[in-house]
Design a protein. Structure first.
Length: 200
């Protein structure tokens, strides 16, 4: 839908991946949970990330167990990822906001994992008063496209094997992995500097 332009120009990517545990001793919550969302973000947002700001805190075992990552892109696109091992509930939700439509992905939904909302805001100025903003809200339909119910790791493994059999370069190749690792490194560096801006 993003590739087809159904959402219009992207405004934001907002992801929440929280849970109670599983605590790791060799990596923090950023390296444990954020790779999933950073990889999805990297695939959905076609622009190259420019900078990262991240904050986090260590509460229980000497590594960050909660973190907030903000990624800046050209064209005023912004991404925010919240990862947390200290949540009383498990949440796996992503919102993608565009000028035309907005998408909500909830991995814990049994049937309607993706919902598309025809909602948005348009702003213009009053010709008679340049300081007066005219705001109009659009509230249209919501629809949930049919999504094939398949285990993610099974699909990923099948795709990987097919690429080997057909000698094709996967869309999620090592270059994509490198971009995600650089984002993780930038986030960890920013956390260590109490939320400093780290350019990529």
């Amino acid at each position: 839908m993003v590739d087809e332009g159904a959402l219009g120009d992207l405004y934001y990517y907002d992801s929440l991946r929280v849970n109670l545990g599983l605590f790791q001793h060799d990596v923090n919550v950023i390296w444990d949970l954020a790779p999933h969302d950073l990889s999805i973000m990297d695939h959905v947002i076609k622009e190259k990330a420019e900078a990262v700001v991240a904050t986090g805190e260590k509460h229980l075992n000497g590594v960050e167990d909660i973190a907030f990552i903000t990624v800046y892109f050209p064209k005023r696109i912004i991404a925010h990822i919240n990862v947390n091992w200290l949540s009383p509930v498990k949440v796996r939700t992503t919102l993608i906001g565009g000028e035309k439509k907005m998408l909500v992905w909830n991995d814990l939904e049994a049937d309607e994992k993706i919902k598309i909302y025809d909602k948005g805001v348009s702003m213009s100025t009053n010709p008679g008063n340049l300081h007066q903003l005219l705001v109009s809200y659009r509230s249209g339909d919501m629809w949930a496209p049919q999504v094939e119910q398949i285990e993610a790791l099974r699909a990923e493994t099948g795709y990987f094997l097919k690429c080997i059999e057909e000698n094709k370069t996967p869309f999620n190749d090592g270059i994509n992995g490198l971009r995600v690792v650089r984002l993780l490194e930038a986030a960890e560096k920013s956390v260590s500097q109490r939320g400093a801006l780290v350019t990529l």
